[in-house]
Design a protein around this ligand. Structure first.
Ligand code: ADP
Length: 339
């Protein structure tokens, strides 16, 4: 086979990002497949401005092709969906045009926004009980200084606010620990029937206080590869939610089932249910259907985010089914241990 030298066009086509070559007049001479797909038309043979509606980029291309080295310009498109890009323009030599590469920044910017939102939400959630604590302290030091009964009352309120802060910090730490290990698959052997029985025992007192029956049902063995502690946490969060939000249905069931390579544990309640539009967002951090209601029941808004991350780490799935007025079923599906 003769040894052939790659042509410039081969290099442009081999680039992983959208890439275009324009001549000194700004007419597109070459576009790789990714660029054609992004611009939704083959721009070759036409002026760049016919397909790329980003005045800053066009200006930078004009400057660069007239001999001004290279430039990077960020731009956004609105249709069909909003996306952000960085165009890098490199001059190919005097009078020879330029190479333009486009990098999609949409995902990066979304992650950055989520991180910023998370910090803002976490700070807000922590500041609320802290503000209440400072208020109670001032009352104890001021108007209630000589009133032991009022002091007792405010100390009780302070205790519940500090417990709320502790719960939040515990949940934030759990979340960060699980996220850090999410790519490592756990290796222990876990019997889901025993996990379910343990969780039923842990919540039997709470169920009794709420006058709600807590039942366990199983159709046979269900052993998976996983971390026992984390799977206990999943079921605890689900059982606690079912009791917290669904105890009006007077029955909460934990159901273990296995079939066709999957083991399912469902927690079912017959409470008020969840409107459809909320379901896809329930596992977002701090997402609550009713923030006031969740806070008054000691919720942090992080329980289902923790559940989702643990289930992901176990290569499983979380399935949420709910109907208003009828109740909700949260199911953790895990691959059963082979052999
Ligand atoms: P929280 O600490 O607020 O309970 P979660 O992440 O555990 O946070 O749950 C998020 C939201 O999902 C809750 O605030 C509640 O609105 C809703 N939710 C969770 N489980 C149930 C359930 N079994 N029935 C009705 N609503 C529920």
């Amino acid at each position: 086979m003769p040894n052939t030298v790659p042509q410039p066009a081969d290099l442009v086509h081999a680039m992983p990002d959208p890439a275009l070559v324009v001549d000194a007049q700004g007419v597109v001479r070459l576009a790789n497949e990714q660029a054609v797909e992004l611009l939704e038309a083959d721009p070759a043979g036409r002026h760049l401005s016919a397909t790329l509606r980003a005045p800053d980029v066009l200006e930078a291309v004009a400057e660069t092709t007239s001999g001004a080295g290279s430039a990077s310009v960020d731009y956004e498109i609105r249709v069909p969906v909003p996306r952000a890009f960085r165009a890098h323009i490199s001059c190919l030599g005097a009078g020879k045009g330029a190479l333009i590469t486009l990098r999609d920044l949409t995902r990066e910017q979304q992650i950055e926004r989520m991180r910023a939102d998370f910090v803002a939400n976490a700070s807000h959630e922590l500041r609320t009980p802290l503000t209440a604590l400072s208020g109670f302290l001032e009352t104890i030091q001021g108007p209630a200084r000589t009133d032991p009964r009022a002091q007792d009352k405010f100390l009780g309120l302070m205790k519940s606010q500090s417990e709320r802060m502790r719960r939040l910090i515990d949940d934030l730490l759990s979340l960060s620990r699980i996220e850090m290990n999410e790519h490592v698959r756990p290796s222990g052997e876990v019997d889901l029937n025993r996990v379910a029985a343990h969780v039923r025992d842990v919540f039997s007192g709470m169920a009794r206080e709420l006058e709600c029956e807590l039942k366990l049902a199983s159709d046979g063995p269900a052993v998976v590869t996983g971390s026992r502690d984390e799977l206990v946490q999943v079921l605890q969060n689900l059982a606690e939610n079912a009791l917290k939000y669904g105890s009006t249905g007077k029955l909460v069931e934990i159901i273990v089932r296995s079939d066709a390579g999957w083991a399912d544990v469902s927690v079912r309640d017959y409470g008020p249910g969840i409107a459809e539009q909320h379901i896809p967002r329930l596992t977002e951090r701090f997402y609550r259907v009713n923030a006031q209601d969740s806070r008054s029941r000691g919720g942090t808004g992080l329980g289902l985010a923790i559940v989702k991350h643990i289930v992901n780490r176990h290569r499983g799935r979380l399935v949420i089914a709910s109907e208003l007025g009828k109740g909700s079923t949260f199911t953790m599906r895990l691959p059963v241990k082979a052999g």
